[in-house]
Design a protein around this ligand. Sequence first.
Ligand code: NAP
Length: 288
Amino acid sequence: MNETIGWIGLGNMGYPMARNLLKAGYALNVYNRTASKADGLVNEGATLANSIQELCSESDVVITMLSDDQAVKGVFLGEGGLLNSKATGKLFINMGTVSPKTSYELEEMSSAVGARFLEAPVSGSVKPAEDGALLILVGGEEDSFRAAQPLFEKLGKLSLWLGAVGAGSSAKLAINYFLALTLEGLAETVLFAKKNGIKAEDMLRIVNEGACGSAITKLKTSGIVAGSFPAAFALKHMAKDLRLAREQGVDFPLSQPLVDTYNKALEKGLGEKDVMAIITYLETSATE
Ligand code: NAP
């Protein structure tokens, strides 16, 4: 609890996660590309850093929760980035979803400047992030994992050390592959039922009350019924995760059609909507 935490990335996930550390009593420095997104946390006691370098020099552990590989590389490697800061002795933890290759590179470069690196992508969306109930999938040195465990306990209901760097991102891509399949299956099921005169709310009740119901089908039900998809997990991030899963070797009968569907939904401008907006794409493409 004596450590000072630096947090970079206050999007849909980063904000509630950082807030949990603040509520747990950690001293928290925050930085976000769009600085105004830090206002709420600053009002609650966090300190806004004016630059990544300032945040790094004032923190013992730096956690990043950013969109994708490009954003994370920019924050680590860019001019004024973490690895061009006073990084010796720091522990860097990247919790966003990136490729295993990016994680290896960041570990190597962190080590070259005397810092430690963990990858710790998460499973679970905004509500589990708010509730401190994420699943945290960790790759890296076991000692670093043990050092970070007290922090992970404030962010998640379970943190799993899976092995060397690369293992955490690989597990994350695998669980999101299942999520993408599940959401596409749910969307197709509801649309198939509707085509034959069954209302969406009735079909969803059948799904949720039966053996196929799950936390995710229940979570997505109200949005499907209302036809409203404000982003909890943006569709563009799922398209990114499927691209990374393909690069990592996922290759089964459903893999390419799944990637194609999410990409086409992205092309139709649904990227900023919640991932469940895949149903909007499937419905409109069926009538085109
Ligand atoms: P988000 O709401 O889109 O937030 C993205 C964050 O990254 C923002 O802070 C954004 O800054 C920052 N960012 C983007 N590009 C940047 C750049 N080039 N330089 C600096 N900062 C940049 O994303 P999220 O939903 O919180 O997701 C974050 C990560 O967690 C993603 O990898 C996602 O796949 C993963 N994830 C998400 C969920 C979920 O349910 N949402 C669940 C599990 C895992 P600005 O505010 O300035 O745009």
